[in-house]
Design a protein around this ligand. Structure first.
Ligand code: ADP
Ligand code: MG
Length: 408
């Protein structure tokens, strides 16, 4: 039998939100089928919070703040199941044979961390069986099953990961991530009106952007696709444009090579961060203060970021949602702590900035012009981060984007 030419097509929540949009989705799938591909379609739940079958809406059915559990995962898994069955029905109505599989039925095996499970293995037997018969396979994204049969979910952006893992397991020709924007851009187009589409980029560049908050694709998905060099495309459900092609050898982005600044891929943002400051000089009698603070955070499973350790003070950030817990722990240890919640991290990302002077100066200049205070900063060879107040976040992204002329 001739080898099957797989394509994985993932459609995000906004792409399958209503019947009219699902027609466009069906069109994309049928088009691939008619081009000789065997489509494996991964769907997210329909719509965003407020719409009846969206994941966030399902979550409101149970009491606020419920912690991850097997029941919660089963509830959340319903969104993708509903969405997948409905899309399968749409395809059938167009005269195409299609079948729906839950994550478990599709052989997506995960570990047991409910709410944030990791894919361990794909057993594609069922998918292969249907694909050999020429049947389009629709798979519920964001979910898997443990070795002992428990339903799990993969965390925010998990459908991207489902798609990438299936693409690798099936050795697909390409993994298409369809969404509500034209592709991966130099900044979130909702914030920066003249954000520019990145046409051809490397896995590494996109991985960095994704890790720093560009939520258009999940970083784990990029890492998985990269393992087997399966090309990823991020593109719009609502147009025929090619979108962003992510491979191991992206072209040098001539367009983002900016004068003396080297190569900047894009600007990202992450809101809802709290800055904590402890004046360790006030506790001369306590031994190993710094070590005690970070050990306590680690013990409580609180991840820390933006760490600045000075002789007189320790400053770092945590997510807003764990800020109270972190402050409580510090208080219990006898430390006074200054808490500044509602901050945001803005990152300027680009491998080309290594060793190029002036990038930080450019950022400081851009923010000074806008009278935005930098609360903290940090840098690596590929990224410069600044912490700002959340209300300044969008202006900061726009100002830095403008400073480096990324829209041109
Ligand atoms: P989906 O439901 O299709 O997975 P997401 O909401 O997860 O969609 O991701 C798409 C959104 O990502 C866009 O609507 C856009 O606002 C946002 N986004 C953030 N950063 C970027 C970026 N650099 N390029 C493109 N989109 C971005
Ligand atoms: Mg997404």
């Amino acid at each position: 039998m001739a080898e099957i030419k797989f394509i994985v097509q993932k459609f995000g929540g906004t792409s399958v939100a209503n019947a009219k949009l699902r027609e466009q989705v069906a069109h994309k799938i049928i088009e691939a089928k008619n081009q000789g591909y065997s489509p494996v379609v991964v769907v997210s739940a329909m719509g965003r919070k407020g719409e009846p079958y969206a994941t966030d809406t399902l979550l409101t059915l149970v009491k606020d703040g419920v912690s991850p559990s097997r029941e919660l995962d089963i509830l959340m898994a319903c969104g993708e199941i509903i969405s997948g069955v409905v899309l399968t029905n749409t395809l059938n109505q167009h005269g195409y044979s299609a079948v729906f599989l839950t994550g478990g039925q599709a052989g997506i095996i995960t570990d047991q961390s409910h709410g944030n499970a990791r894919i361990l293995q794909i057993r594609p037997k069922e998918i292969l069986r249907y694909a050999r018969e020429g049947i389009i396979v629709v798979v519920a994204g964001f979910q898997g099953i443990t070795g002992s049969g428990e339903i799990t979910t993969l965390g925010r952006g998990g459908s991207d990961t489902s798609a990438a893992a299936l693409g690798v397991a099936l050795n697909a020709e390409v993994i298409d991530i369809y969404t509500d924007v034209e592709g991966i851009m130099t900044a979130d187009p909702r914030i920066v009106k003249d954000a520019k589409l990145l046409e051809s980029v490397t896995y590494n560049e996109i991985c960095q952007l994704a890790h720093e908050g560009a939520k258009v694709i999940h970083p784990r998905a990029v890492e998985i696709a990269m393992q087997k060099n399966i090309p990823l495309r991020v593109r719009s459900t609502f147009s025929d444009a090619p979108g962003t092609l992510v491979t191991s050898h992206g072209e040098v982005m001539e367009n983002t090579r900016i004068g003396n600044y080297g190569l900047i891929t894009g600007i990202t943002h992450i809101p809802d961060i709290t800055q904590l400051k402890i004046f360790t000089k006030d506790y001369p009698e306590v031994e190993d203060v710094q070590l005690k603070i970070f050990k306590a955070m680690a013990l409580a499973g609180i991840s820390v970021d933006f760490i600045n350790v000075h002789p007189h003070a320790v400053i770092y950030t945590v997510k807003d949602e764990v800020a109270d817990k972190a402050a409580q722990i510090l208080n219990n240890m006898g430390f006074k702590v200054e808490v500044l919640s509602g901050c945001a991290k803005v990152a300027t990302v680009g491998a080309g900035m290594t060793g190029i002077p002036g990038v930080m100066a450019g950022i400081v200049e851009a923010l000074a012009k806008e009278k935005i205070q930098i609360l903290q900063s940090a840098d690596s060879h590929t990224t410069i981060w600044v912490l700002v107040r959340k209300e300044d976040m969008e202006r900061a992204v726009r100002a830095i984007h403008e400073q480096f002329k990324l829209g041109q």
